[in-house]
Structure formats: C-alpha cells, structure tokens
Design a protein around this ligand. Structure first.
Ligand code: PLP
Length: 424
C-alpha cells in the first residue's frame, strides 16, 4: 500500500500535487510519504507481535524527517556506522533502542557506541569481539552484544545483496559460534546476550529464511544446553517489496504477513526476545524520485529519453539491474499509445541507464516522470559523481510538505576541497 496516486489527472503524494513540490524545489527530487512509512511500520510491528523489538535499518533511508517519523512511533534503529548512530540519535531514537551491526566497526566507532550506551552490538568476527572487550573495559563499561552468525544459507534479490552464504563476509561461521560464545562469555567488558542473523535483502520467498531461522533456533537450544544465557535472537531484515506495481496500486501487506507467519511458526514455543531490522519493506514504496525529461535522442533502432536524474542519484538500476516503475506526473489517458524508451541520465557512462525498451506513454522534453519505489537505497546510496549536487529530499504529510534536505549547493559541493600549499 502506498500514497502516490493520481487526483484530477495529477500525480500526488498524499494530498500534495507533485507539481507543487517541483515548483518549490526543482528536479530531481526524492519525495517521501509519511502515511506510507507509518503504515508499513505499524503493520510490521503489529504482525510480529507486541514483544518484538523493531530496529529500522536506516541504511535504507536515513533522511532526518523519515527517521523522526519512525522514532515517534517508537522504532529503534539498526545502524552500521558512527554516522548512523549520530543521525539516529539526532532524529530522536534513544541509544537504548539502537543496534550496531556491520563487519568493520573501528575501535573509535565501538568506543562511541559503548559511550552513548547502545542497546546491542552485533559482533561479526573474533577480532571484533576482542576489540569490543578492550574498548569497553577501557571505558569501564560492560556492553550487551550478540554474535551475528553466518548460517551458510544465502537469499536475496541479487548476488550483491545476498549476505548469508559462507562466501559472504558477514558474521561468524556457524561452526565457530559455540566456541566464540563461550569465549565471549569469559571476556571483560562484554555481556553476550544472544545471536543475530541476516541472510540477504529483497526476499519474497521465505523458505531459505525459514531454514536459516530453524538453524538459529537449534543453535540457541544447543547453547542453552551448554549452560549459556541466550536471551535475544535478532532476525535481521530482508523482507522484499514488489517493484513491479500495477496502476492503481493494490499491494497489501502480503509479504509481511507471510514473513510474520513464517517467523511465528519457526519460533513457536521458544522463550526468547526477538529483534527485527527491516529497512526496505518500511520505506521502499514510500518514496519516489521525480525527474524532468530533457531531450529525446532518436536513433534508427531506439529512442533515448534523457532525464535530469542519473545513476549518481539512484544507482539501483546500474548496480543491481533493479526495476523501477515509471509514472508520468500528468496522468496519461488509459488508451494513450505507448512508445519504447531507453531512459538514461546525463552521467558520462553507459551504465547510467535506468531502463531499456520501456513502454511508456509519450514523454516530451520538459515533462515530469516519477521513478516509483525509490524510497529505499535511493538517496542513501547517492553520490556526487560527475560533480552533480545531491538532490533535494521532501517529506509529505497530508496536505503539507517540507524540504527535509535541501539540494546541495555548488559551494557545498566544491568548497570542501583544499589546494596544497605548492599550488595555492
Ligand atoms: N540488517 C542488516 C545487518 C543488513 O545488512 C541489512 C541490509 O542489508 C538490513 C538489516 C536491512 O535489510 P532490508 O532493507 O532488506 O530489510
């Protein structure tokens, strides 16, 4: 379910005409819907049960307004860097609702996390266990931590977002988990309280996940049998969304429902605190990227539609061959003839292609079009490649909208560089 719909022939985000936002901030622009974010989070939390701890994976979308919207609903945050810890807290997520994941946390980042008192650190290697013990002991603290275990069961919508196979860098190996758990339980500065797993992203068929979760349940039982305290099991994120969406949009919370039913079935009767780290499923369909058509480049065998957004603004198609629906901002007639377009951006490489041969109603230079389902791994993965300023981000709520991140200025873009003395 999302809240981008046509009203009186114009695409709207909730009660706001996209054209009005573009008039105020220009293009390209990311536009997020509060109602959609809130609904997805509430559905997720309700289906996973009142005792579930939900830590929104902010790598999916770290816009301050998006984070604050979720923080007010009581969401925690799953973070992967000190920057994310700082931004989550700035948005109102208290440290005691923050989980710190990631394979390469530096000692400085660990010290920051321990210092602010995060809820949990997900340890991914023996070296990190030792570093955490050292850092927390030095600070005179004891940090709650879990081991992220690699169950050697991968899943995900693309090889680059599969994380649970033994060939992936994530987590301690399943066979090592019991030894490390015992070792961690004897080290100062850390209190090992459980396990974590995350096997991939954009998952819509949950058999692999169920297998991984069963394996994790078995490990919990083994560890408990050896006398260890295992209070928490963090099941990560990974629930996918439908990127190919019909008009009008009719998706219900089907994937979340199936996922929740699977979790309840696998964990039935296990007395443990369950944690979740959903990212994409909360925000993907809550955001669009609006861009303006610049030129049509007609070739003998194809028609390039050149728009003002590029791979630096939305890298998913170039990086993961990802599909995004494209909706014109002016509603086309249902029987409008379709034309096949290769939709491309201005960046100087051929990888800067959003789609090829896409059948769309005619688009003319100056028209606005929207990439749907761009709310997750869109703005957070953007860069300034080709020295293109980071685009504006706007949060809508009902009939109101707010620029929660202004477009980067050229001064901000260029001004960080410094000339060496010998060239000044
Ligand atoms: N948790 C961890 C450890 C992750 O690495 C990721 C994403 O890669 C997530 C949660 C969020 O995944 P998703 O956005 O698929 O829910």
């Amino acid at each position: 379910m999302h809240h981008f719909e046509y009203h009186d022939g114009r695409l709207c985000a909730e009660g706001v005409d996209i054209g009005a936002i573009v008039e105020a901030v220009g293009t390209p622009v990311y536009i997020y819907s509060s109602a959609t974010i809130e609904r997805h989070f509430e559905v997720f939390r309700a289906l996973l049960g009142p005792k579930a701890h939900v830590f929104y994976a902010m790598k999916a979308n770290a816009n301050l307004g998006v984070l604050a919207t979720l923080a007010r609903l009581g969401a925690g945050a799953d973070v992967v860097s000190e920057g994310e810890i700082r931004k989550a807290m700035a948005a109102g997520v208290p440290a005691e609702r923050i989980v710190f994941s990631g394979v390469g946390k530096t000692e400085a980042e660990l010290a920051h996390a321990v210092g602010v008192g995060v809820y949990q650190i997900n340890i991914e290697s023996e070296g990190e266990l030792e570093a955490l013990s050292r850092v927390a002991s030095r600070l005179g603290k004891t940090q709650n931590a879990v081991f992220r275990v690699n169950p050697d069961i991968g899943a995900g919508g693309h090889a680059k977002i599969t994380t649970g196979s033994s060939a992936n860098k994530f987590g301690v190996s399943f066979d090592e988990a019991t030894r490390l758990y015992a070792r961690g339980s004897n080290l100062p500065g850390v209190r090992i309280v459980g396990l974590a797993v995350h096997i991939g992203s954009q998952i819509l068929a949950f058999e692999g996940m169920a297998e991984a979760f069963r394996k994790m349940r078995g490990l919990v039982e083994t560890l408990r049998g050896e006398g260890h305290r295992v209070e928490r099991l963090d099941l990560g994120g990974g629930v996918g969304v439908p990127y190919e969406i019909p008009v009008p949009f009719v998706q219900g919370p089907d994937a979340i429902e199936r996922y929740a039913a699977m979790v309840h079935a696998v964990m039935d009767g296990l007395d443990i605190e369950l944690g979740f780290e959903p990212g994409r499923v909360i925000v993907a369909n809550a955001g669009i990227l609006v861009t303006r058509a610049l030129y049509i480049n007609q070739r003998a065998d194809r028609q390039f539609l050149i728009v003002d957004a590029a791979m630096n603004d939305l890298v998913r198609p170039a990086m993961y061959e990802a599909y995004h629906e494209i909706w014109p901002v002016n509603e086309p007639a249902p029987d409008a003839p379709r034309i096949a377009y290769d939709v491309v951006g201005p960046v100087c490489e051929s990888g800067d292609t959003f789609t090829t041969g896409r059948q769309l109603p005619e688009v003319r230079p100056g028209d606005l079009i929207a990439f749907q389902s761009a709310g997750a791994y869109g703005a957070t993965m953007s860069s300034t490649y080709n020295l293109r300023p980071l685009v504006a981000e706007v949060l809508v709520r009902g009939k109101a909208f707010s620029v929660t991140r202004p477009r980067q200025t050229y001064e901000e873009l260029i001004g960080l560089d410094r000339l060496p003395d010998w060239l000044a």
